[in-house]
Design a binder for this molecule. Sequence first.
Ligand code: PEP
Ligand code: MG
Length: 325
Amino acid sequence: RQEQYRALRDVPATTRDGVRIGLHLNAGLLVDLTHLQETGAEGIGLFRTELQFMVAQRMPSAAEQQALYRAVFAATGDKPVTIRTLDIGGDKILPYMRKLEEENPALGWRAIRIGLDRPALLRVQLRALLKAAGGHPLKIMFPMVATVDEFVRAKAIVDREKAHLRRHNHPLPSECRLGAMIEVPSLLFQIDEIAQVADFLSVGSNDLMQFLFAVDRENRRVADRFDPLCAAAVRAFRLIAERANAAGCPVTVCGEIGGRPLEAMALIGMGFRDLSMSPASIGPVKAMVLSLDVAAITELIETEMARASDGVSLRPALTAFAKAQ
Ligand code: PEP
Ligand code: MG
């Protein structure tokens, strides 16, 4: 199997009916970037910057942050990288930061909420990113955005940092695109608005499912209570794909769901064309893509959704379809 996947490294991820699917990597540390060559992924779809903060003994300095980002751009060369700003809080604790006593940390002070309330932290990171990407294209995305306004405010902070660097004659990125993670369900109901202001979107299905079904992503006891291929979840995913595609706003799925072949197949049938996943998933997902007929899977999803009014899972139908491919 491993050998077989390795042989696919340089084969483009194109379906049987000629649809190109972008397969990207999730990464968080420099060592992860070695997988870029080895898997033949198109780029880094999600770089989790909090990893550097989580493995450190103290808050990484501006210089340390910049050094890491520089190394990321050096290692990825011409391949695109999407860097996510600090996603801390919730289950991601920094040992050197005062621990907050929160009743519900997953719903608490975390990610972009900290970034907007303590802009100094976000500004240091953004400045490090903008400097490290001087002369190169840069894609930044914000985690846990719950309202369009939060995105707009985060964007204003980026603009301020860009102006600051311009004033000091620092080379700016050749292009700077800003995206929002879709992982808080409230954004499902502002999807047209966020697609208007963001340059791209990325679905964080791990958190989106956690909050949509009120099921703790770390709690095994409740993990099996819902299927991410059930009608309610599929409706949420389809809504995002349809509206983003209609608005011409590029959209990627970067949660774990995109790395499982059956789920990835379903996502393609719902309209997603870019998936970001862990290195080990690239081979199996690419093998699935090569044998897939997009027109057929799209039709299957439509037919199944038309009669899935009882909220059952599409999994059995999708499994049967995959077997017949
Ligand atoms: C997600 O929530 O799906 C996601 C990609 O982000 P993380 O797993 O880092 O929360
Ligand atoms: Mg998340």
